[in-house]
Design a protein around this ligand. Structure first.
Ligand code: OGA
Ligand code: MN
Length: 292
């Protein structure tokens, strides 16, 4: 029987998976192994050596959970994307296949991914797994970092755990964009995605471990003054992103990194994004089969 190989990178966070061609249909044993590895290590990368075709990428995503094809927000002026509707286009390449220019609203938007975040926390129907596939990588920079929110929760002082146990954070894509220097959202943008609310402490379904649920999209704590909430969120983010909780992925062409958004945050790191091409495409599974 063909089994998935799982090689941890360090501790209990991050692993390389392989031994099976994940771009072809695979059996239930492999899927169970993959979900088991995800539940334990939260970030798994697969290194086939060449970019996965979009259809194989989408099929892998769909094997892991429902994919919603409704747009989650609007970026004013953004043209049709280059990829099938099941994927998110997170490249710096425009519809004419050129590197985007400085000042492009889409480039400014993408730079917001350099803040620690969890995908789609700004949506009531959160992202579960993100599967990011590297079709073109820049010659330098552009690594992606991940932090372990279960280990960070475990390491919090008991008094902090008690204080935050039942708090709810409010998340907005337009808040994190403003922090990252994106211009004021247009009416169309604002209306396309109102804020969402999520518990700050959650139980991770696959491992039953407690986890923080945090993102730069979180603007404040419900029922607290804005300032107080922001201070708490900043402290928790700083605590959770200490080096001891972080895995940094250095991309090779074709890598597919899968992460569980329910118990991790991630961020892009800088590269010369108006000079070098970086073509990354993301399949994203969602908590519920139908979006709100
Ligand atoms: C994403 C993301 C960061 C990166 O695709 O969700 O945040 O390094 N990407 O491309
Ligand atoms: Mn992201």
């Amino acid at each position: 029987m063909i089994r998935l190989t799982v090689t941890p990178v360090a501790r209990e966070f991050g692993a390389e998976v392989g031994g099976v061609d994940l771009s072809l249909p695979f059996d239930a044993t492999v899927l169970a192994d993959l979900i088991g590895a995800m539940d334990r290590y939260a970030v798994c990368f697969y290194r086939p050596g060449r970019p996965m075709p979009d259809n194989g990428h989408i099929a892998l995503g769909k094997a892991l959970g429902p994919i919603d094809t409704n747009p989650v927000f609007k970026i004013t002026g953004r043209k049709k994307t280059r990829v099938p509707i099941e994927l998110q286009d997170v490249a710096n390449i425009d519809e004419n296949n050129d590197v985007m220019k400085e000042g492009s609203r889409v480039i400014l938007f993408r730079r917001g991914d350099r803040l620690w975040h969890s995908d789609m926390s700004f949506h009531p129907n959160r992202a579960v797994y993100s599967l990011l596939s590297a079709h073109e990588i820049p010659p330098a920079g552009g690594d992606t970092e991940f932090c372990d929110l279960r280990a960070a929760y475990d390491a919090l002082p008991d008094a902090t755990k008690a204080k935050i146990e039942s708090l709810v954070a409010v998340h907005s894509i337009w808040y994190s964009r403003a922090v990252a220097g994106f211009p004021d959202p247009t009416e169309e943008e604002l209306a396309s995605r109102p804020p969402s609310r999520h518990r700050l402490v959650q139980v991770h379904p696959g491992s039953k471990r407690k986890t923080l649920y945090l993102a730069s999209h979180a603007s404040h704590i419900e029922g607290w003054s804005e300032d107080e909430g922001r201070v708490l969120l900043k402290e928790l983010k700083e605590f959770a992103t200490q080096g001891r909780f972080v895995y940094r992925h250095h991309w090779q062409l074709g890598d597919v990194v899968i992460w569980d958004n329910r118990c991790t945050m991630h961020r892009g790191t800088p590269y010369e994004d108006t000079r070098y091409r970086r073509d990354m495409r993301r399949a994203t599974t969602r908590e519920m089969a139908l979006s709100a």
